[in-house]
Design a protein around this ligand. Structure first.
Ligand SMILES: [Zn+2]
Length: 419
């Protein structure tokens, strides 16, 4: 979606004003239950004829439907309108390093069908794209009835995504440099594709379908193999000029650390707190000869120790496992305290594999934030697990397309697939 990056023409020409009014009306219908044309006129300040004209257009496009009659205020009973989730679909893809997870969703974030396939990173970019195209193909083929319309494919990818050039600049997890995902997939399917960094995508999903219904300022942190942050300010994700903002995992936490990060720096948060780091630190302590049940848990193969094993044994009271996990999560808590001081969010949401450790992680993070962040900023901040658990990225991918639909960013390349 190149059009998304272009500033809108704000010179006040007619088509610009028409579009703004249309977006206003569509979003009023989406957010307000049982709304009539007269209500919209009142709420939007637009004239009744303007509202009628816009609603007719939205009905024709299938974005809105009529719901029957409401209560009369004297005279004819008004027809109520509803944002149309029926017959309109979106494909969401979470392109992870272990699996490609695809869903077919309606506009209400209800999952209609899902497909999973192993990623096989070692087979290279072209092979991963072919497998992704197959997942998309299966979802397109899913029987949906005559009037289906698939609006687009949203995708979450781990790595530095350059939005101005629409490429993955660098993905250490996939070992990709400067790859064009959209071009590769468009050789298989002609549906518009939007992709973004997985953590920002998770934050968007949280904003559209989760905590965003309550809050306009939130930070979503993904703690898995690596660490990233999706920062939402006043309802808008922070991108930075190239779309590279939010690399929380590469904040230096310890200048004297000897923990080497995949970015080449030492002492990054990701080298101290990620799932990968937790596993590696535990392995190093075991090699030093420290006693721990972890040794039995991995069957003597220290390379097989995972962050999940460390969390499980930490919860069972193994001193080494607890020390490794607790130290890692303390660094994470310090990082989050810094983010809270900087951005003053209403909520911090933590997702990803390591967050599945539950209270073991959240209790320590909350305690560290309480002791390190400024009271006045941090006292009211809600810190909680991501609303969609392991589905956070894929639901965010769906919301990438939904946000284009409700902002009517549908240019020629963004027309729905006919049924
Ligand atoms: Zn780093």
């Amino acid at each position: 979606m190149k059009s998304r990056n272009k500033p809108l023409d704000s010179t006040g020409n007619a088509s610009f004003i028409n579009k703004i009014n249309k977006v206003k009306v569509l979003n009023l219908i989406r957010k307000t239950e049982n709304v009539s044309r007269a209500d919209i006129a009142k709420l939007s300040g637009l004239s009744a004829p303007t509202v009628s004209r816009i609603v007719e257009g939205l009905l024709e496009e299938g974005l809105v439907r009529e719901m029957g009659a409401g209560v009369s205020q004297g005279g004819r009973r008004p027809t109520l309108l509803k944002f149309s989730e029926q017959g309109n679909f979106i494909i969401g893809i979470d392109l992870g390093t272990t699996q490609i997870y695809g869903v077919l969703s309606d506009f209400d974030a209800k999952i209609i069908a899902e497909v999973r396939r192993p990623t096989r990173v070692e087979e290279g970019f072209a092979s991963v794209m072919k497998a992704t195209a197959e997942v998309i193909g299966e979802l397109i083929e899913y029987p949906l009835g005559k009037k289906k319309r698939i609006y687009g494919i949203g995708m979450a990818v781990a790595g530095l995504i350059n939005r101005t050039r629409n490429i993955v600049e660098f993905s250490p997890n996939f070992h990709w440099h400067k790859v064009d995902v959209v071009e590769a997939l468009s050789q298989y399917h002609k549906i518009p594709i939007i992709f973004d960094n997985v953590t920002r995508v998770m934050a968007l999903g949280e904003m559209w379908y989760g905590l965003g219904k309550q809050f306009k300022n939130l930070i979503c942190i993904n703690v898995g193999y690596g660490i990233g942050a999706g920062i939402i300010i006043d309802g808008k994700p922070l991108y930075g000029p190239l779309g590279l903002a939010g690399e929380f995992g590469h904040a230096t936490m310890d200048k004297d650390s000897r923990a080497l990060c995949e970015c080449g720096n030492y002492g990054c948060l990701e080298a101290l707190s990620s799932g990968n780091a937790i596993a590696k630190i535990a392995q190093a302590r075991l090699r030093e000869g420290r006693p721990s049940v972890l040794r039995e848990a991995c069957g003597g193969n220290l390379d097989a120790v995972t962050a999940e094993m460390v969390a499980t044994l930490a919860r069972q009271g193994d001193p080494l496992a607890f020390e490794v996990f607790d130290t890692a999560v303390e660094y994470l808590g310090i990082g989050i305290a810094n983010l809270i001081n900087l951005f003053g969010p209403e909520a911090v949401v933590i997702g990803g594999g390591v967050a599945q450790a539950g209270n073991l992680l959240f209790d320590k993070v909350r305690k560290t934030v309480n002791s390190r962040a400024l009271d006045k900023i941090a006292s009211g901040v809600l810190i909680k697990p991501a609303s969609f658990g392991i589905k956070a990225a894929v639901m965010g991918a769906v919301s990438l397309i939904l946000s284009e639909v409700v902002n009517l960013n549908q240019d020629d390349r963004f027309s729905p697939l006919p049924g």
